[in-house]
Write a protein that binds this ligand. Sequence first.
Ligand SMILES: [Zn+2]
Length: 499
Amino acid sequence: MTRTYLTTPIYYVTAKPHLGHAYTTIVGDALARWHRLLGEDVHFLTGTDEHGQKVQEYADAAGKSPQEFVDEIAPLYAEAWKKLNISNDDFIRTTEQRHKIGVAELLQRCYDAGDIELDVYKGKYCVPCEEYYTDDELDPGDLCKIHKRPVEYYEEENYFFRLSRFQQRLLDWYDAHPGAIQPEFRGNEALGLIRGGLRDFSVSRTSLKWGIPLPWDDKHVAYVWFDALANYITAVGFGSDNDEFGKWWPGVNLIGKDIIRHHCVYWPAMLMSAGLEPAAGYAVGGWLLVGGEKLSKTSGNVVNPLDLVDDIGLDGFRYYVLAETAYGQDGDFTYEGLIGRYNSDLANNLGNLLSRVATVVGKKCDGVGPAPRQDSPLAAAAAAALAGATEGWAAYQPSKALDATWQLIRATNAYLETNEPWKTEPGPEVDAVMGDALEALRIVAVLASPALPDTCQIVWERLGLSGQVSDQRVPVNAAWGGYPGGTAVVKGDPLFPRR
Ligand SMILES: [Zn+2]
């Protein structure tokens, strides 16, 4: 059986879950659900990043120990993902023992390989980024480009990872794995960084207390990258359960565009040094901006995703997040856009289609769904939707997959408008049209289920189908002709009342 291991970034616990976190996590969830429909063995991981100087500062400010602090924040993520119907198979916290063991193992391997060495670091450092920057990476006035705040001058003894030795090996790897970074223009960004020359990066701090000590020198604590990035392997058993690790690694990392350097340059080099396979691929998303700015606590434009769920419903929110923005590009979140998408695609298209089909079947077919025709005029539209959805999900493009699926919804609504079964006397003509429309809806329920799991299950049940839509398999159960006919079709309340 094909195995698919998908990961979101782990989220730093100094912020509560916001729209940006929800965005990447919902994309990962929908992809995981799609791969389960394909019949693959799927492992979907998310989690929280809990070490570092900022956590220490936040904990100090709150009068708590760092552990107490992270123990309060981490569950907010787990709860938010539950409310957003995220189907993660695991949730890693970097303060867990399995993670600490794996990080120590990874560090030791790179040290033994001679790729981690002691040196002195001097430079300009952004505390929130936990990163040193060169002058050309900063805005005038030595401001961090992301945080718009001044960097600080640091000088300290650090262990360094000799990234500079990996330029050719990384270029060779990407050459041998074309398309490993999606979308392609994000891959070009990563290759540009590698070709531009690689600087060694610091992997430890002596000033830092809240973290994982280096196994060979416990005056130093592992600094962000070895600690955070390693979660993708420690969660599946690296250092603690080799069979499990061998089963799942390498996986695909879903990341935001701001962490390309760390994931597509640092991370594969670290793994190569340790004698491990780099990640199988990277799906790089843009930012979901609000008013043209990145969501951040400092810019004060944080949107709580759970508030939006209260406003528009869970699947309305999930659909918007997945359909509105091409993954890889920046999106601009607006409330008007959310309502607009909801009304046009969900209320007027999907919701309306189910409602009119169930109404006509109720009035003209005694509430019992007729079987579809094999030679239906809708069969080609259904085949195109299946092909388009398959292609879209495979390319980490939920918006394309959903657009292809919605083409079938629109084609079915148009088909009903052309045939006007509500004006026709009951009989074979109406039965033929309604059987086709029911079959189209059944296929839509399968194809849209990664995005709208609850709604598609409701559609499934209202069509009189048994079992779980999530137990269907693609392509076989999304091929034309699967609706058997003879089921009791139920109208029920509107799926998506207009807003
Ligand atoms: Zn910064």
